[in-house]
Design a protein around this ligand. Structure first.
Ligand code: ZN
Length: 233
């Protein structure tokens, strides 16, 4: 296993683009993995390649370090779980307090498949944008969930993977700040204009904080975080 190789869970959103830059500053070889799982809107998958290439192009060292991209078909998730991400229904919040975009165990599945690929690719480090301060409170994004997964994967695969979650305790404003510290304004601008976070899959107009519908929970969170980031600057 290479201690210099990292695999980044990369969706083409603000968080995973920041994680990609984070990994490119630390590891000599960085690969990415994405999951197609019946998202209602394919826009998330279509921005992956340009965002990936755009991040790498910001820095000659990053360009050299960025390796293969792997897209795994997990459309089976849509068969076993019903949610607003996989079906055409309105985003709403269930009585549990979780949005109906929640696919139970989705991130556990992502981490498992990432580790299976990392095993084959000889990558020791797995990087994900899981965040506990995220509004949605997905239980499998919690720090304890990721730590438990690291333990389970290491025992179950007889490896010593290290699961990194650089955004775990950051607010959205702090995630913008991290991007700025990693790649200056050029990275902030790339993330602002190229990444996709909107739940409704709307590219729409380019707002101050990026593209999106502006009203779904993901857009509101992103807009508020960007405003806070700029206000503090
Ligand atoms: Zn939106």
């Amino acid at each position: 296993m290479s201690n210099d190789t990292a695999l980044v869970l990369f969706s083409g959103g603000q968080d995973s683009a920041t994680c990609l830059a984070w990994a490119l500053t630390r590891y000599r070889q960085v690969e990415t993995i994405g999951f197609a799982y019946g998202q209602r809107h394919a826009v998330e998958m279509t921005v992956r390649a340009p965002v990936r290439a755009g991040v790498a192009a910001l820095n000659p060292a990053w360009e050299q370090r960025l390796g293969a991209d792997h897209v795994i078909d997990l459309s089976v998730l849509g068969e076993v779980a019903e949610s607003s991400l996989t079906r055409d229904v309105e985003i709403a919040f269930a009585e549990s307090g979780l949005p109906n975009s929640f696919v139970p165990g989705r991130n556990l599945a992502f981490l498992t498949f990432a580790a299976m690929l990392a095993y084959r690719r000889g990558a020791r480090h797995i990087v994900g944008g899981m965040c506990e301060t995220d509004f949605s409170g997905y239980p499998d994004c919690r720090d304890d969930s990721v730590k438990a997964m690291q333990l389970a994967l290491n025992i179950g695969m007889d490896r010593q993977f290290v699961l990194h979650t650089p955004l775990m305790w950051r607010s959205k404003a702090e995630t913008w700040r991290l991007a700025q510290s990693l790649g200056d304004e050029a990275l902030v601008e790339l993330i602002r204009t190229e990444t996709h976070t909107c739940y409704l899959g709307e590219r729409g107009a380019l707002h101050e904080w990026g593209h999106g519908c502006g009203t779904c929970p993901a857009c509101r969170l992103r807009a508020a975080g960007y405003a806070e980031f700029r206000a503090a600057a």
